[in-house]
Design a protein around this ligand. Sequence first.
Ligand code: PEP
Ligand code: MN
Length: 343
Amino acid sequence: MMIIMKPGSTQVQVEHVIEHIRENGLTSHLSVGEDHTVIGAVGDTHAVPTAVFEVLDGVESVIRISQPYKLASRQFHPKNSVFPIDGFDVGGDEITIIAGPCSIESREQLLETAQAVRAAGAHALRGGAFKPRTSPYSFQGLGEEGLELMAEVRQATGLPVVVEITSITQLEIMIKYVDVIQIGARNMQNFALLSAIGKTQTPVLLKRGMSATIEELLMASEYILSGGNQRVILCERGIRTFETSTRNTTDINAIPVLKVLTHLPVILDPSHSTGQADYVTAIARAAIAAGADGLIVEVHPDPAHALSDGRQSLKPDVFAELVRQVGQIANVMGRKLSPIPGI
Ligand code: PEP
Ligand code: MN
């Protein structure tokens, strides 16, 4: 439930409410807004009558959040969540573009890609060091060496870096090297991993599972938020359907649906959602037109020789044109691309 404090309520009154929340076996989440302070009381609230809090000094009203995800819901936090990654804000009026190779393959490949995507207008660099591959015989990623290369290229280009985690055992080194931890489709419901990342303060890019409903995605985000990590970006990356002409089916509906249900930033991955370079730019445009806050796009200097996902990777010049077109769509939507730090 949500306990809305009266304007001008005191610190002592807020602490008193928090104490009552604890005494009722619930966890408190404080949100101090411009007009109101709101305290979320999360846990098994069924047996706790709202009157327990309504009678306390400084309390204006108590509302039960009807959705099963509480902290992720717009009921709890009506305004969009806007938060800084290194060098730009995500979730506000400005569009964020993350780009880079599916896998980190070598220093040369990573640096060349990073320089190209930066010049084209990307705000952050993606690259996988631990690859969740369908086959155990496919390239599995460079592991920690890949993270070291990411850190080196981050230093050389100034781009913050986004890397996927595939196991809880990688958490310590991830925090050391990366600006945003990606949780991939295959781990969206790895609840132990979600909870562990919730206890860190590293921003998270949470991808939708390939067979997950929007509600399941939001419940997954709730695991992270309820641990105390508020910086979660949701990512639609296509779902499995009966259609076989594309790798996945872009659920474009998910963007406006999520924007209604949650305050968290929502981005789209047109590379995995289509699986083919020819379709990526069109779906990137559609995402921004539908209200997405950003994109994550796979780019490779030589897609034909990429060690993973070459079919869906854009060449740098095609990516540059995507950014240009997406910028124009953003303008139509009354938004613009985030400025590029240092340019
Ligand atoms: C990726 O980003 O390379 C990836 C494996 O994505 P997903 O988890 O969406 O399949
Ligand atoms: Mn990939």
